[in-house]
Write a protein that binds this ligand. Structure first.
Ligand code: NAD
Length: 372
């Protein structure tokens, strides 16, 4: 079992990475609180399996357990679902020392985390992330939120759980595309902060792709340690935490620009991979990172079956129009967030810095490298 202590000002808790964790969770909660009320918020995928196993373990320790089962998908990270959860909490007299378990991917973690952060100004929250992305990224760092109409994460908070249990049994059932998508965040962590992790990823590619427990556990642990290092002194994202957005600004613009009525074209991690590929082009032209290093970094993404370019026409877009749209969305996002063209660029593999004053033409050229 891997254990990481997250020590952020005002909050300290453990992240546990292992298999077969339901009974350990129940024992932990039993020691944590005298209140016996637990609500497990989860999506349909887990309701009859893992959630029921966790419920049994809790009932054995005399907890009274409720389940709130919802449909997955970003559309349900909404006020409507939050109101329904508040309804269950009120109907069953949940107090500040009752427990809300967020058992799911980033959607459930963000939504249930937001509800927990606001119920009586904060009740006990246990994060049990079930996607690799949620394990290495969204369940760490305390950001919880719901979407409002078309605005993603419009209403949110910073709120930390009492613990975070990562059960690797859950990763076994993750669809391949979601698993690979989560690996993009691990590679991102390596590129911004850990040259040794880059070597580890290169040397253990097969084992990681085969989801072998020790290799995967190591990657998850390192990615979390790197994230915690970046948020420990910057919980609210004014400085060093920004580094974690490496690849995200351009990737997010590509994700939004290619979104269709049917839903997303690229998973979040695929967008991050494309974003990293694009900012590598910026590091090459702005920081004179060598062509060889850039190819090497792109190759690692491809070795993990992540996209580094895509064809606009294959998605039914005109290339120039799509690049224009990506630029527009990226500039709007920058204006809303910090009103300047500030980017995280890689100085060398394993080290990144914030750069301001990057010419717009370079950003456009970066999109053009990725959008064929
Ligand atoms: N809080 C943060 O810091 C942060 C960071 C990044 C992303 N996010 C948020 O995360 C959300 C996306 O999260 P996600 O990518 O985990 O997607 P998700 O929560 O929508 O899960 C994706 C799908 O996978 C299924 N699933 C989950 N775990 C599974 C498992 N173990 N086996 C089989 N199927 C499983 C779910 O049923 C769901 O349909 C977005 O809303 C995004 O805004 C938050």
């Amino acid at each position: 079992m891997e254990r990481i202590c997250v020590d952020i000002p005002g909050s300290e808790y453990d992240v546990l990475i292992a298999r077969d964790l339901t009974e350990k969770m129940a024992t932990f909660l039993s020691d944590k609180t005298k209140n016996r009320n637990v609500l497990i918020v989860t999506d349909e995928y887990f309701s009859s399996g893992y959630a029921t196993a966790l419920e049994k373990a809790l009932v054995n320790l005399e907890f009274e357990v409720h389940q709130f089962v919802m449909k997955g998908g970003k559309i349900n990270k909404s006020f409507n679902e939050a109101l329904k959860i508040y309804g269950v909490l009120e109907a069953n007299d949940f107090a500040r020392d009752s427990v809300l378990v967020a058992l799911g991917g980033g959607v459930i973690g963000d939504l249930a985390g937001f509800v927990a952060s606001t119920w009586y100004r904060g009740m006990h929250l246990l994060q049990v992330p079930t996607t690799l992305m949620a394990m290495v990224d969204s369940s760490i760092g305390g950001k919880v939120a719901i979407n409002f109409r078309d605005t993603i994460n419009a209403v949110g908070n910073y709120y930390h759980p009492v613990a975070n249990f990562m059960d690797l049994d859950l990763v076994d059932t993750l669809p391949e595309r979601d698993y690979i998508s989560g690996l993009a965040e691990v590679i991102k962590c390596a590129y911004i902060a850990d040259a040794d992790l880059i070597q580890y990823l290169k040397g253990n590619r097969e084992r990681i792709l085969n989801r072998e427990m020790d290799a995967l556990g190591f990657c998850i642990k390192r990615a979390i340690e790197i994230k915690v290092d970046h948020i420990r002194h910057d919980v609210k994202e004014g400085g060093i935490r920004l580094m974690l957005n490496y690849g995200h600004t351009l990737g997010h613009a590509i994700e939004m620009a290619t979104h269709t009525e049917k839903g997303e074209t690229f998973r979040h991690g695929e967008g991050v991979s494309l974003g990293i590929s694009a900012v590598l082009a910026m590091s090459e032209s702005h920081l004179f990172l060598s062509d060889e290093t850039v190819s090497d970094c792109r190759n690692l993404l491809e070795d993990f079956n992540l996209p580094v370019t895509f064809s606009a026409s294959e998605l039914g877009h005109d290339r120039n129009e799509l690049v224009d749209l990506c630029m527009k969305l990226m500039l709007k996002d920058k204006k809303r967030k910090d009103n300047q063209l500030r980017f995280i660029l890689m100085d060398e593999p394993g080290k990144a810095s914030v750069y301001t004053g990057v010419p717009e033409a370079l950003v456009r050229a970066a999109f053009e490298t990725v959008i064929r």
